[in-house]
Design a protein around this ligand. Structure first.
Ligand code: FAD
Length: 300
């Protein structure tokens, strides 16, 4: 369903993000997770693109498998790093022909194995350029929906490391929306004040599209360190760190703390009329299911 129709039908969206597994075993495991999470009736699910490099075709495979084996509406991500224009066109042509309704358009980061890849080689340098290209594709009328693809983009409540100038960063976000993005999904954050402030700053900048809050419950201390690496710039509030320290290395206790913290974040976000909750599931179902139960919104 086109994202504009999704927003018309749902005052609050609930979405889950998966990454494409690299082995058949991991894929079967993911489909068990997806079956468990489908019972929660998410509004849609996302599939990441080439995160960590080398998994680009797998995104396509996973999106098509979700579409054929479940009732879930799958939104693929697309990054422009290390892609030529014909390559991008081949991907979006294929998704259009399969009736994929929406794309989350991203710049992406240079994968580690590409070393010092010069981004001048990319057909599209910034996500805004990719949004403009998808809008052009939409105008050609080659998508079964006459509006073409719905388009999402990323937002960073705590700022993006490449743009320390926070005013300029908001200009860049606005450029993506002005180019034709229908909605924003945020990077994960642990302090809701960062999200509320971001939402207000967007409003002041004239960014009026729905903003979905990205959440990732901490599952382990090791996982938290990895998160800090991947979502560079993320702030881990002292109160959260203290709660984790009190667990004294007990991994089950850390998991419970992570779920409790994320539940409280979600509860407050819902009270503050968030337009959507977007869960980075890491292909696991436990934490998301537990949060749903804690919130009293479990529908399965
Ligand atoms: P952009 O909007 O292009 O911004 C990147 C940086 O460039 C920002 O600092 C911005 O301020 C700056 N900038 C923008 N325009 C200009 C300009 N005209 N001049 C100068 N500077 C400019 N990565 C993946 O590889 N695969 C995924 O599936 C994926 N999914 C993600 C989903 C979400 C919700 C989020 C938040 C991130 C995701 N990422 C993914 C990571 C993302 O690709 C990186 O964080 C990347 O560094 C930023 O992408 P972007 O689309 O926001 O880039």
């Amino acid at each position: 369903m086109h994202i504009q129709d999704i927003f018309k039908a749902h005052a609050t969206t609930f979405s889950f993000e998966f990454f494409p597994p690299k082995t058949p075993e991991a894929s079967e495991k993911l489909f068990k997770t997806i079956a468990q999470l489908e019972a929660l009736r998410p509004t849609f699910v996302d599939v990441t693109y080439g995160a960590g490099g080398g998994t680009r075709d797998l995104t396509n495979e996973l999106v098509l498998r979700i579409r054929s084996e479940t009732k879930l509406d799958a939104i693929p991500h697309l990054t422009c790093v290390c892609h030529s224009e014909p390559e991008i066109d081949a991907v979006i042509e294929q998704w259009a022909s399969k009736g994929v309704s929406n794309i989350l358009a991203l710049s992406g980061d240079v994968p580690r194995e590409k070393g010092d890849w010069d981004r001048k080689q990319d057909a599209f340098r910034y996500a805004a350029d990719l949004v403009r290209h998808i809008v052009k594709f939409n105008a050609r009328g080659r998508h079964p929906d006459k509006r073409g693809f719905g388009i999402g983009v990323a937002g960073f409540p705590e700022g993006h490391p490449a743009t320390p100038n926070r005013l300029l960063e908001l200009d860049h976000l606005k450029a993506k929306v002005d180019a034709g993005a229908d909605y924003i999904v945020t990077q994960l954050f642990f302090d809701n004040h960062d999200f509320y402030d971001f939402r207000e700053r967007c409003d002041l900048a004239g960014i009026k599209v729905p903003i979905l809050a990205g959440l990732m419950p901490i599952a382990s201390e090791k996982g938290m360190r990895r998160m800090a690496e991947l979502a560079a710039g993320s702030r881990f509030p002292a109160a959260l760190l203290r709660s984790i320290q009190r667990c004294g290395g007990d991994e089950e206790a850390v998991k419970r703390v992570g779920i409790h913290w994320a539940t409280e974040q979600c509860r407050a976000l819902l009270d503050h009329k968030v337009r959507g909750l977007h869960f980075y599931t890491l292909n696991q179902s436990d934490a998301t299911r537990q949060i749903y139960l804690n919130l009293g919104i479990a529908r399965g």
